[in-house]
Design a binder for this molecule. Structure first.
Ligand code: GAL
Length: 461
């Protein structure tokens, strides 16, 4: 038994190491970078030894005209947003090859493991996707892996156009460490309007109403609440905690003001356990897109997911999206108990310490923070701009509601998407959640969550 474990572990390590060694995607055929490097290597072969040094420098310069950007935006609703941003980049920097190093898997579960291996091996990309909040400050900044961007902010005038509330979440000791591209909302309940009408079910506003609705929906042979793999279960958990504890109670989980072993948390976890009973049995086998698709096809009534699902529901079918009309093919509402609260997260990009192409990384960051870049990216991605000066007419009917709510709602931070807990604490929670999904033992789960908060939460040091 032990031996099998050891062999599996060794295999895993080898695979990870191999993945880390995989070279970045080569420049596309005929691209400026490829032409340049072809030309350079031929010239090098014919150079006399005396000029070898100068040639090496020239080669390095030619090779430097690329930027490797690491993210997890490969699928429906996500890849298209990134492509739109790349178009803006290509137009502004035609001599720089954009190397899209995205690794598939919602919420970055795979990508972040690959990134960690690369960082450990001293092989950072030129920029990577990181969530505003503790994922940046308590993880990458704490480990000294990212550079401050104060000069870039000053040059680009970004302090005047980025939301004041966001800057502290990407800053430490007076330094700003990332460039936010968007604001996503995590607490959205997507639903199939035709199915609800057919079954005469109202959109629930409390979990009790939801469970009553589930009885009707399941009696009709449909899935009540579609869900996917483990990170989507964590996503559902944070939304239930927010709805059941209220904004203050939820907030306190991350500041130490709400006791994880309190009866209120027990009750919220029991509600969560009950919600899980109404999800699809094949949830562990699917990422968020297939889970959301169950709502689009009418196989499921509800799906609780961030508003990247809006990009997927409404986006161009040519790009693996569903091409639905907002409000017709899909509807949305705040999940039970969360009306008036905007559970937020923000994707941002960093400048790594030791970026192989720091100048080009800065070029990319300039585009990511620009009005043109954000106006191209966000309407397709299903998010609103981080910048406050985007043209609001570019956004669809769902995103109009996000714009309005972002301006007026109380804002709280997402756990699953990096705002409120650093990686160490979140990993502990995730491990406890994995056990809970298998055994559904609320008491043991609560105990593990309480221990995790005591070990890694505020005041743990
Ligand atoms: C989040 C990320 C979003 C979206 C989602 C699903 O963590 O912030 O941009 O990509 O994962 O993959």
């Amino acid at each position: 038994m032990k031996k099998t474990f050891l062999i599996t572990a060794l295999l895993l390590i080898t695979l990870l190491a191999l993945a880390a060694c995989t070279p970045a995607a080569p420049p596309t055929e005929g691209s400026p970078a490829e032409e340049m490097s072809e030309g350079t290597s031929e010239a090098t072969a014919e150079q006399p030894a005396a000029t070898a040094e100068a040639t090496t420098e020239a080669t390095a310069e030619a090779a430097a005209k690329e930027v490797e950007v690491f993210s997890w935006w490969t699928g429906g609703g996500e890849a298209a947003g990134l492509e739109a941003m790349i178009k803006v980049f290509d137009a502004e920097y035609p001599d720089v090859t954009f190397v899209n190093a995205a690794v598939a898997g919602g919420a970055g579960t795979n990508a972040r493991a690959v990134l960690a291996t690369r960082l450990q091996a001293g092989d950072p990309p030129d920029s990577w996707q990181a969530h505003a909040g503790q994922e940046i400050i308590g993880t990458y900044v704490a480990a000294g892996q990212v550079e401050p961007l104060n000069d870039l902010y000053a040059e680009e005038g970004w302090l005047d156009v980025m939301p004041e509330t966001l800057i502290p979440l990407i800053s430490a000791d007076g330094n700003i460490y990332s460039v936010p591209v968007n604001i996503h909302r995590a607490n959205v309940m997507w639903y199939n309007p035709a199915l609800l009408t057919e079954l005469n079910v109202e959109v629930p506003t409390t979990w009790d109403e939801m469970f009553a609705a589930c009885d009707v929906i399941e009696a009709a042979g449909k899935i009540c609440l579609s869900m996917g793999t483990q990170w989507t279960a964590m996503h559902l958990m944070e939304v239930v905690l927010l709805g059941e504890l209220g904004a203050d109670g939820y907030h306190g989980l991350w500041t130490g003001d709400t006791a994880w072993d309190s009866p209120e948390v027990t009750a919220a976890l029991e509600t969560y356990a009950k919600a899980l009973e109404h999800t699809n049995s094949d949830a562990p086998n699917m990422d968020w897109q297939p889970a959301a698709q169950l709502v689009a096809t009418g196989d499921a009534a509800f799906n609780i997911m961030g508003d990247w699902a809006d990009g997927y529901f409404s986006g161009d079918p040519a790009g693996d999206n569903l091409g639905l009309v907002p409000g017709e093919g899909y509807g949305w509402a705040p999940p039970p108990g969360t009306d008036g609260v905007f559970l937020f997260l923000s994707d941002s990009f960093v400048l790594p310490v030791g970026a192989p192409h720091p100048d080009e990384a800065l070029d990319y960051l300039k585009v990511a923070g620009s009005k043109a870049g954000q106006e191209a990216f966000n309407p397709v991605k299903g998010s609103i701009c981080a910048r406050t000066d985007c043209d609001s007419s570019l956004f669809n009917a769902y995103l109009q509601t996000a714009l309005a709510d972002w301006a007026t709602d109380r804002v709280e931070g997402s756990l699953t998407h990096g705002v409120v807990a650093n990686d160490t604490w979140k990993t502990e929670i995730d491990t406890a959640l994995g056990l809970f999904l298998a055994d559904r033992d609320v008491a043991a789960f609560q105990e593990a969550l309480t221990t995790a908060a005591a070990s890694y939460g505020p005041g743990s040091n």
